[in-house]
Design a protein around this ligand. Structure first.
Ligand code: GDP
Length: 421
């Protein structure tokens, strides 16, 4: 494989910058720069010398192929994080015929060399972009291969079921229907239960990954923008005494006790003659209706019936002015009731998140749904058809892991990776 390189650390000034080189000859290249490096996976403190000139000093490590992140020979140079060193190193490596790695290219090589499957790569991408604890925990599980291991267990189960079906087929006598052993249906039922559990948990897992949406709704001047500002503790929405000033949907991305949440401030929900505001209201209503939860801000206990869902919250606004008496009450002026309200929002969202399993990407869901559909079979079917359904389910699992059909996804997945990963 062609030698490629990139910093694994972000560009700019820093204590240390890690330069990663991958491909055939990575070790000998590192030795040309740093002197002999006898043992793989040992850190050597070395001077980096080019044409007799010392460029920097730092730790140098090499990994033999099969023992590295990419699966190829890899060298890592931990140099000082100065842009000038970064530039000089790039010049030197270009002059040695290396090229800069593309975004995600190290990971792509890890995939091509069988070091990672597609679900682990998706997990790694999620881990790199995780903002909250729940995202980190979920991403860590998939990037560690938990879904891949499950898929392997399922495959073993399908292979056993397939073998049992095959052994029941009497090829000599085509006229006699074959008796498929009952164990086959037990195995398939177990597999279906596990798939159902993953498929049913998708909605929650996807929400954890992409974040829940909570819309603040209520009539103009209910105090929606003020509430959002108070939550953000900075000015994100325009607050004004004039009704209808919030013309667009304002989004606030929050880490709510470990859950990623986007709070939406919707335009004042009222009838209007103003075309632009009317459009804003339309957008706001459909966005609010589609949110996971709505906080109905109210001054009189009334809520907008068309947007009301049983799990929603009614919150009395402007509690400092005495508008209370319907359970939760907040004041954006004093902050009263705000923590309690966020506690309740968190409880409700945690409840929704509780069913999350490992499947959080649409691509993974599609593969499992296909496997599930393949196995929705009638036990009275001829053995050959049952065997074929089992093979189809197996193919869907291969697709889940990227053993087949990965080409369509790799480019998309790696666009969200940075150079150096
Ligand atoms: P929106 O139209 O629902 O977004 O309402 P705004 O947030 O723009 O608030 C409307 C008016 O109510 C503004 O004059 C705010 O200063 C005022 N207001 C909002 N929240 C409170 C509050 O908790 N207490 C008091 N006293 N006034 C508030």
């Amino acid at each position: 494989m062609e030698l490629i390189f990139a910093e694994a650390t972000p560009p700019g000034r820093g204590g240390v910058s890690i330069l990663r080189i991958s491909g055939d000859g990575a070790r000998s290249l590192a030795e040309r720069l740093a002197g002999p490096l006898p043992q793989p996976r040992h850190a050597y403190f070395r001077k980096i010398v080019v044409n007799g000139e010392m460029l920097d000093q730092g730790l140098v490590i090499w990994f033999e192929s099969g023992q590295s992140f990419t699966g190829e020979e890899v060298a890592e140079l931990q140099l000082h994080g100065a842009p000038v060193i970064f530039r000089r190193m790039h010049q030197i490596l270009f002059s040695q015929g290396l090229r800069l790695a593309e975004a995600g290219e190290f990971t792509r090589r890890a995939f091509l060399n069988g070091r990672m499957d597609l679900s682990e790569i998706e997990g790694l991408g999620d881990l790199l972009s995780a903002e909250t604890e729940s995202q980190r925990l979920m991403a860590l599980r998939t990037s560690n291969g938990e879904l891949a291991r499950k898929a392997d267990d399922w495959r073993t189960l399908l292979i056993r079921a397939g073998a049992l079906v095959e052994s029941s087929v009497d090829f000599a006598d085509e006229d006699v229907p074959d008796d498929v052993p009952l164990e086959v249906f037990d195995l398939l039922a177990r597999f279906r239960d596990e798939l159902d559990c993953q498929i049913n948990g998708y909605g929650a897992a996807e929400r954890i990954r992409n974040g829940f949406e909570v819309a603040i709704v209520g009539p103009p001047n209910a105090g929606k923008s003020s509430l959002l500002n108070r939550i953000a503790r900075r000015d994100v929405a325009l607050v004004s005494d004039m009704a209808g000033t919030t013309r667009d949907i304002i989004e606030l991305r929050l880490d709510l006790r470990g859950l990623a949440v986007t709070m939406l401030d919707t335009a004042g929900l009222r009838e209007t003659q103003d075309g632009i505001e009317g459009l804003g209201i339309e957008r706001a209503r459909s966005r609010a209706a589609a949110a996971d939860l709505r906080v109905h801000l109210s001054l009189d206990g009334n809520v907008d019936g068309a947007l009301w869902h049983p799990e929603d919250l009614i919150v009395a606004s402007k509690a400092d002015l005495g508008f209370t008496g319907i359970g939760l009450a907040v004041s954006s002026l004093t902050g009263q009731g705000l923590d309690r309200m966020l506690d309740v929002v968190f409880e409700k969202l945690s409840h929704m998140a509780a069913g999350a399993q490992l499947v959080s990407h649409e691509r993974q869901l599609a593969a499992l749904t296909d496997a599930r559909a393949a196995l929705t079979i009638d036990s009275k079917l001829p053995a050959e058809l049952i065997a074929e359904s089992i093979r189809n389910a197996s193919t869907s699992l291969d697709r889940l892991l990227g053993r087949i059909g990965a080409e369509d996804y790799l480019d998309v997945i790696f666009t969200s990776f940075c150079i150096g990963k």
